[in-house]
Design a protein around this ligand. Structure first.
Ligand code: G4P
Ligand code: NA
Ligand code: NA
Length: 194
């Protein structure tokens, strides 16, 4: 997505060879016009399938899930994060290991809002290690729902997330795929590799 890549080049802050800050337009302050365009893009890419629900995890996936769901005309659902392992009834849950925080947390979705008749599109802001997205795919599986695919706004292609998801047979589409980065410079994968 050209518009997104331009904004990353103009406003993205590269904190190290692995961390990209997009706080001025996506992740803290949010450019609503751009987010709505991102939603339309995901709706167009995955809309050939009859999606019934868009799923993400709090917090920074929410605006993208909402924009995508609005473009598709379906509800979105966000998994909640819980610190301790809680055996809450009537919840689907999965464990996620956060590489950045070096800790495991739980993500949960009420059984009321996801079930075998659902066709689910997962959306998230970053595809890095893929841990959060794998957790979401586990929840879709537990619900007996059908997974249509995963839409990621920014993929750091030098991390293992995409491979991990593809090895599980998941259709992955990212709007900006970063091959490498260093202070002041972002290299994207060529468009024909998308
Ligand atoms: P992930 O692939 O499952 O996201 O795994 P990882 O443990 O590597 O990432 C931890 C958190 O950091 C995630 O947010 C993820 O979206 C975010 N993240 C990963 N790489 C980058 C990056 O380069 N830049 C920025 N800005 N964020 C990155 P989270 O902890 O789930 O929380 P939230 O922000 O959604 O609340
Ligand atoms: Na996220
Ligand atoms: Na995040």
């Amino acid at each position: 997505m050209k518009l997104l890549k331009e904004r990353i080049c103009q406003e993205g802050l590269i904190l190290s060879e692995t961390v990209l800050k997009v706080d001025s337009f996506l992740n803290h302050q949010v450019d609503t016009e751009l987010v709505l365009e991102i939603g339309k893009e995901f709706a167009q890419i995955f809309g050939d399938e009859p999606i019934t629900k868009v799923l993400t995890v709090e917090a920074s996936g929410i605006q993208f899930a909402m924009a995508t769901a609005a473009a598709l005309g379906v509800p979105f659902l966000y998994a909640k994060k819980k610190k301790a392992i809680t055996q809450a009834e009537k919840m689907y849950s999965a464990s996620v290991f956060s590489f950045t925080r070096q800790e495991t947390y739980q993500i949960c979705v009420s059984q009321k809002y996801l079930g075998p008749s659902d066709k689910v599109l997962i959306v998230d802001d970053f595809l890095a290690t893929g841990a959060a997205l794998i957790g979401l795919t586990d929840i879709v599986k537990e619900a007996g729902a059908q997974l249509v695919g995963c839409g990621c706004v920014i993929e750091k292609s030098f991390q293992e997330g995409r491979n991990w998801l593809e090895n599980k047979g998941v259709r992955v589409h990212s709007l900006a795929r970063i091959a490498s980065m260093s202070p002041g410079k972002v290299e994207f994968l060529e468009e024909h590799h998308l």
